[in-house]
Design a protein around this ligand. Structure first.
Ligand code: NI
Length: 203
């Protein structure tokens, strides 16, 4: 290690170290949630949100009390992961039987610029009648994503205003009828595995 005392260099190193530590902490928390299906003490997943329905009405998390929410964050222009995930969710619920009526899949856009209310409505409808698409203002989306510890970021693909994709974490969050976090569900599960998982977790 160098013993240089140049302030800029030292400050730069300290910031880099802090950045690395924070990244490690975030990854650690994510891995813990992932592996254990629960959260470390004091860490909450989910919480109140206010968003916009496909019909342009304000909705909050409280509108879904009494149902299990299966929450997924993504965007309608997603070329692969989001449509695949929602197709598996839809198929899983079709196969699940009566318990499916207790589950409300929610697709929450992380791309409010392009995903207007009519756009998310049409997108969700492509996966059958069960999936509800939600969007909101930039601030509402940011607040909901923060509550669910969802990462998302614009990824430029060209110079035009629509030349971007969204990087985003891809996890389904199963929330209880009281709104509390129950378990993460892998978004890459095939429908049959998802059926088995939901059958076990939904009472
Ligand atoms: Ni996606």
């Amino acid at each position: 290690m160098s013993t240089s005392n140049k302030p800029g260099t030292t400050a730069g190193r300290i910031y880099a170290l802090i950045g690395a530590l924070m990244a490690a902490l975030l990854i650690g928390v994510g891995a813990f949630i992932w592996l254990s299906g629960s959260t470390p003490a004091g860490v909450t997943v989910g919480g109140p949100f206010t968003l916009l329905s496909g019909d342009g009405h304000a909705v909050t998390d409280k509108d879904y009390r009494g149902k299990y929410m299966l929450v997924y964050f993504g965007y309608t222009f997603c070329p692969d992961v989001c449509p695949t995930t929602l197709a598996q969710v839809s198929e899983a619920l079709e196969k699940l039987g009566p318990k499916a009526a207790k589950i409300q899949p929610l697709f929450i856009s992380v791309d409010p610029k392009r995903d207007t209310a009519p756009v998310v409505k049409q997108f969700a409808a492509a996966f059958g009648p069960r999936v509800i698409g939600l969007t909101g203002s930039v601030e509402q989306i940011a607040a909901a994503a923060k509550a669910y510890r969802v990462y998302y970021a614009e990824h430029r693909t060209g110079p035009g205003p629509d030349d971007y994709s969204m990087d985003h974490s891809s996890i389904l969050y199963l929330m209880g009828p009281d709104g509390r976090f129950i378990a993460p569900i892998r978004a890459d599960m095939a429908a049959d595995e998802m059926v088995a998982t939901l059958a076990r977790l939904v009472l």
